[in-house]
Design a protein around this ligand. Structure first.
Ligand SMILES: Cc1cc2nc3c(=O)[nH]c(=O)nc-3n(C[C@H](O)[C@H](O)[C@H](O)COP(=O)(O)O)c2cc1C
Length: 371
């Protein structure tokens, strides 16, 4: 009789009910039910993205994932101060609006767009409604990024039978998350693709944070005795999983690797850029107003050179929506946010998401057995 291989992470298996210690990040515009279910069916934890979705869309997405898998899954949303209490566009100083729009105006002619100096419209707060849907639907896992869930919110999820995963980028926030009662903490290193996991906007010098290699052991020393710690940032294959397990992490969370999979909703242009060509990344606040790691492009260079203040909250995304939409329509990879972690440079191919999970586990086992 062939004995099943021992679990790579019994603690995470016990808390989240998953077999492979691999979490797929919730990713706006990328992580829908097909991607999440493919990860769950391969034994990992697939996580739906709920940011900027209307409550009925969040519910539909949860119900769809339940049709595609009977395994535990998660739903992710940001708890950032500026998303839960969106800033009033009318309160933004005139010169900040004029400067930001003027820089975007220099780029609009590329797509024959009209210049504008208008204030963007207010953002709706969709977060609280999405949280209510998740609680009503009793989702197996609630995943919070960019802000720590308060104890009362964690309590409500626990009453609904949900586990709570909180992603943080510094040890102090890990301690706060544990005090809030979360079940798992994700330590987000600076290599990570997408937005930095802080609950408020920080100055660029403070936002860089620690590398995954240095943050994860610090986080384990601080909170690992209380909750499982999952490593995120720059991990794209089984070598990365093995390295994080060797550091003492209970598992890994991957974003960028799952963007370039068959089930991801990312555009083909984005997927191709992640596996070929120039894959240098940079941090910018020019796309959304919040700091995010993206592939370097003509846009990021232009924005950086202008030294302009981004609009607060997510108003920058609203102000530039016409430009970024036109770039998407034209398959222009230089003028739209192509979020990417620093690990993209070793990625190749566009596999199925289930294959990614299986390969991560097989490669990690092979790596670990060599010692
Ligand atoms: C395209 C993309 C979208 C993301 N969207 C979210 C999101 O909606 N919520 C969230 O908590 N984190 C989001 N993240 C960040 C991830 O949670 C995670 O920190 C990161 O992907 C890990 O690093 P890696 O990309 O190198 O694997 C996103 C990341 C990417 C690449």
């Amino acid at each position: 009789m062939v004995r099943p291989a021992p679990s790579l992470s019994p603690r995470l298996q016990q808390v989240l009910g998953i077999e492979a210690p691999v979490l797929q990040s919730g990713m706006g515009g990328v992580a829908g039910a097909e991607l999440a279910a493919a990860v769950c069916n391969a034994g990992g934890l697939g996580i739906l993205a709920a940011l900027r979705l209307e409550p009925q869309q969040v519910r539909a997405s949860i119900r769809r994932v339940r049709e595609l898998t009977d395994r535990p899954f998660g739903v992710n949303i940001w708890l950032h101060d500026d998303v839960r209490s969106p800033p009033d566009p009318g309160a933004v100083a005139d010169d900040v609006v004029l400067d930001a729009q003027s820089v975007l105006n220099e780029l609009r002619p590329r797509f024959d767009l009209e210049p504008t100096l208008e204030r963007p419209e207010a953002e709706a707060n969709l977060v609280d409604a999405a949280l209510e849907v998740m609680i009503e639907e009793r989702v197996p896992v609630f995943s919070a990024g960019l802000g720590i869930p308060e104890p009362q919110l964690v309590g409500r999820f626990h009453e609904a039978g949900s586990k709570v995963v909180s992603m943080v980028a510094k040890v102090e926030d890990g301690l706060t998350a544990v005090e809030s009662g979360v079940d798992v903490v994700v330590a987000q290193g600076t290599e990570s693709g997408g937005h930095r996991s802080y609950g408020t906007k920080l100055a660029k010098r403070d936002v860089l944070g620690s590398s995954t290699l240095t943050l994860v052991p610090q986080m384990i020393d601080a909170i690992g005795a209380s909750v499982p710690v999952v490593a995120a940032g720059g991990i794209v294959d089984g070598r990365g999983l093995a390295a994080m397990l060797a550091l003492g992490a209970d598992g890994v969370l991957l974003g960028t690797r799952f963007v370039a999979t068959r089930e991801s909703s990312a555009s083909d242009v984005w997927k191709q850029r992640l596996i070929s060509g120039q894959r240098k990344t940079t941090l910018t606040d020019g796309f959304t107003g919040q700091w995010a790691r993206v592939l370097e492009s003509e846009f990021t260079e232009h924005w950086e050179a202008a030294k302009t203040k981004a609009l607060p909250g997510l108003l920058q995304a609203t102000a530039g929506a016409d430009l970024f939409a036109a770039a998407r329509k034209a398959d222009d990879d230089q003028m739209q946010p192509l979020y990417s972690g620093a690990g993209a440079r070793t990625m190749s191919g566009i596999p199925g998401a289930g294959q990614v999970v299986e390969q991560l586990v097989a490669e990690a086992r092979a790596s670990l057995s060599r010692w």
